[in-house]
Design a protein around this ligand. Structure first.
Ligand SMILES: NC(=O)CC[C@H](N)C(=O)O
Length: 262
């Protein structure tokens, strides 16, 4: 297919790292600031996929409503636009927030309940390795099992075969991570991570406390669900864009290819 165009909601929070990561994967990445960045005059989406970045979900919610983006976002996602929500983006997508800020709303397109700040405050931020129970949408997988997206996720297998990552998953690096001056892991760090593992930064991260029918669990951390997929929606508690790990963004582009193949 032609070069996919991926929008990154750019009202607040971490935007630049997502844009850079998507460009590094061959997509054209654009900032989404208004409804016209989402849908054209004919009502058709102008982007092939969307990222809702981390930040502060109650602020993102308020800004979305102020800038007339709340309903258009809900509509394009409900209509099937592939979307990746990270951290505050996950909270924005959720159908229920356990502990919302006063007046806080969410788009309600992903059938999960989330608890905000479930892993502690900024000082508890950490960079860890997680077992990634995908990929479900890689080109390899598409070639061998067109349309079947759940089988690998169920078994923990990857396109390369089963990966035992027990050591890696418990290998907590214990590094403090500062959202403002967030340091990306070095290329060498990322190269060391075995296949089937995602290097994830947790910063005031939410946990998924209820998973609805039809929602596939892709990763857990400290026994909590931290990554899910429901059809065209991928949502994660953490920040792969700050560690340089492209696994999850590749999954998003895989969803775009799945959509194009239908
Ligand atoms: N890194 C993040 O996106 C933090 C999310 C934040 N705790 C919220 O509730 O929105």
């Amino acid at each position: 297919m032609t070069q996919p165009v991926v929008g990154v909601l750019a009202l607040q929070g971490g935007v630049a790292e997502h844009l850079a990561m998507l460009e590094s994967l061959g997509a054209r990445a654009i900032r989404v600031r208004s409804a016209s960045d989402l849908v054209g005059d004919d009502g058709a989406p102008v982007i092939d996929a969307l990222v809702l970045p981390g930040g502060e979900s109650s602020t993102t919610d308020r800004l979305c409503r102020t800038f007339g983006l709340f309903d258009p976002l809900r509509e394009v996602i409900a209509a099937g636009l592939p979307v990746l929500g990270t951290c505050a983006g996950l909270i924005m997508l959720a159908s229920q927030i356990e502990d919302p800020a006063p007046g806080q709303q969410s788009l309600g397109v992903l059938d999960v309940t989330v608890a905000r700040n479930a892993f502690g405050s900024q000082v508890d931020s950490a960079e860890v390795l997680l077992e990634w129970m995908g990929p479900s949408t890689t080109p390899d997988h598409l070639d061998s099992h067109p349309g079947d997206s759940a089988s690998h996720a169920d078994t923990g297998d990857t396109a390369e075969g089963h990966v035992d990552v027990t050591d890696a998953v418990t290998g907590h690096l214990g590094r403090a991570f500062d959202l403002v001056s967030g340091r990306a892991a070095s290329d060498a760090d990322v190269a060391l991570a075995p296949s089937g593992v995602v290097r994830a930064a947790f910063i005031r991260a939410p946990a998924v406390t209820r998973v609805g029918d039809g929602v596939e669990v892709l990763a857990r951390y400290q026994e909590s669900v931290v990554a899910v997929r429901q059809s065209n929606i991928l949502a994660i508690s953490f920040h792969p864009e700050l560690t340089g790990d492209v696994t999850v963004h590749e999954e998003l582009l895989g969803l775009v290819r799945l959509e194009a193949a239908v």
